[in-house]
Design a protein around this ligand. Structure first.
Ligand SMILES: [Zn+2]
Length: 504
């Protein structure tokens, strides 16, 4: 089994998770679940970034020590990710000893292998506490950070350790343009390429007398800069520097938001090159969830609670809506109105209705047992095409394309029921035709349960079991030309997968 090491960005512990965090985690989880179905040995990492200044501020506001604050936040985040059915294999926190050890070792390794790459200098600049970085002129609009227009930039001057980032621009540009380090989607790759072509400045990698963080090796007055610290989490979780860390490393995919491509596609690869370690294979930078046209974030001051969004129609429906309507590539809008529309049309009337009417007909006409029919119907042809499209789009991380491909089965199958009118076939005693129709519908549902499972893990599993299939949803055969074997399965009348709420 090929290994697939997948990570998400680790989140600041300065407030509750919101829809923006949820989009990223749900998208990465969808990829992890898909790769597992494909047979990969997936290792899926999520976690918390706990050393930022905003953590100190939030802890001070709450009147608790920072460690207590980050413990509290970590359990808040973990609770939300459990509710959203995230299937991560590991959960890293940057306050853990395993992370301290990796950060210290990585810096020592750079000091040993490329001593010129780290030097001490004076820094003066405008610091954004939202990004936790000094902003360059191109990143400032109207005196404010582009990402955080509600926050004041803080003029800062101090002695710091610097990393000679400027040395690595050409090599990274070459690695990205040759596809050795894949940066996607293309719009993000082009941004990174333009940034690299314009030349890189060295960056400060420590802060003076910061009370919260990892001491800089060899200079305890200095604390490792939070971003430098945070990026190393992906390596810490592999057990670096212990032998065997390279069973997981390099990461096959870093999933991040589009606002942090500079860190992941420029600074992180440069750090790894300086430490003579392998680079990640791919970075995917998704867009933002927008609410009334503004980026959803804690620091930008907009909020719809994640709790409300999960409560509205359940976790599977939220996952579906985020990945289908908001999308995992460009920015997308979230609105209650659109969420309710999608819920009713796609899930309650589409997927849910198809499942319940099919299972009801199987119960009524065949005692719940899927008949045996080898006839190839028009619905089987649609299913084969849908699966081929699904595999192609999902392999390319086009999650919206994948769910759209699966949904061609939903609409084709609901149409197939109307056109073949099983109730008339039953009335006129056309048993062979009725068997053909019911078997084709059961096959379509089986295919759909598998294809939908990365998106709607809970509901797909319920459907799988209602179809009389054992264990967890699994795909033993991905060949689109081969039809799922459902003959003879004892189905049961389903619970309603997506009930229509009175308010919709
Ligand atoms: Zn900022």
């Amino acid at each position: 089994m090929p290994k697939f090491y997948l990570t998400t960005a680790i989140d600041y512990s300065n407030g509750d998770p919101h829809l923006g965090h949820a989009l990223e985690k749900v998208g990465a989880d969808c990829i992890a679940r898909y790769r597992r179905l494909r047979g990969d040995q997936v290792h899926f990492l999520m976690g918390m970034d706990e050393h930022s200044q905003s953590v100190l501020q939030a802890a001070a506001r709450a009147g608790v020590p920072p460690q207590e604050w980050v413990d509290r936040m970590a359990s808040r985040f973990a609770e939300f990710w459990a509710r959203l059915e995230c299937s991560h294999d590991d959960w890293i926190r940057t306050t853990e000893p395993r992370h301290f050890r990796s950060v210290t070792e990585l810096l020592r390794r750079i000091q040993r292998l490329h001593p010129d790459d780290l030097y001490v200098s004076e820094y003066e600049g405008l610091y954004c506490t939202g990004c936790e970085e000094f902003k360059q002129e191109s990143q400032i609009v109207n005196g404010r950070c582009i990402e955080h227009p509600t926050l004041e930039l803080i003029p800062t001057r101090e002695r710091n350790h610097f990393f000679r980032l400027s040395r690595y621009g050409d090599r990274i540009l070459d690695l990205i343009t040759t596809g050795t380090l894949r940066v996607e989607p293309a719009i993000r790759r082009n941004e990174v390429v333009r940034l690299l072509e314009s030349g890189l400045q060295d960056i400060s990698v420590s802060r003076l007398r910061q009370p919260w963080g990892i001491p800089f090796p060899g200079d305890p007055e200095q604390t490792v800069y939070v971003w430098f610290d945070a990026l190393i989490n992906y390596l810490s979780a592999t057990g670096f520097p212990d032998p065997g860390y390279d069973l997981l490393w390099p990461a096959d995919l870093h999933v991040i938001g589009k606002g942090i491509t500079r860190f992941h596609c420029v600074i992180w690869p440069a750090m790894l090159l300086a430490a003579e370690l392998e680079l990640p294979r791919q970075v995917w930078a998704h867009g933002y969830v927008q609410w009334e046209g503004t980026k959803m974030s804690k620091t930008a001051g907009t909020a719809v609670t994640l709790d409300e969004a999960i409560e509205r129609h359940g976790p599977d429906a939220l996952r579906y809506f985020l990945l289908r309507e908001v999308g995992f590539e460009a920015d997308g809008n979230f609105s209650w109105e659109r969420f309710d529309e999608r819920y009713t049309a796609d899930l309650a009337d589409g997927f849910g209705n198809l499942a319940s009417r099919t299972l009801a007909m199987l119960a009524k006409y065949r005692d719940g047992i899927v008949p045996s029919s080898s006839a190839v119907t028009s619905l089987d042809t649609v299913g084969a095409t849908a699966l081929a499209d699904y595999l192609q789009t999902m392999d390319a991380l086009d999650l919206r394309g994948g769910i759209e491909a699966a949904w061609t089965i939903v609409s084709a199958a609901n149409l197939f029921v109307q056109q073949s009118a099983p109730w008339s076939l039953a009335k006129s005693g056309k048993d062979r035709e009725l068997d053909e129709v019911l078997t084709a519908l059961a096959r379509a549902l089986c295919r759909l349960a598998v294809m939908a499972s990365p998106f709607l893990p809970g509901k797909a599993q319920a459907l799988w079991n209602d179809l009389g299939m054992e264990g967890k949803v699994s795909a033993t055969n991905w060949n689109p030309a081969e039809r799922p074997r459902v003959d003879g399965r004892q189905t049961r009348r389903a619970s309603i997968l997506f009930p229509k709420p009175a308010s919709v």
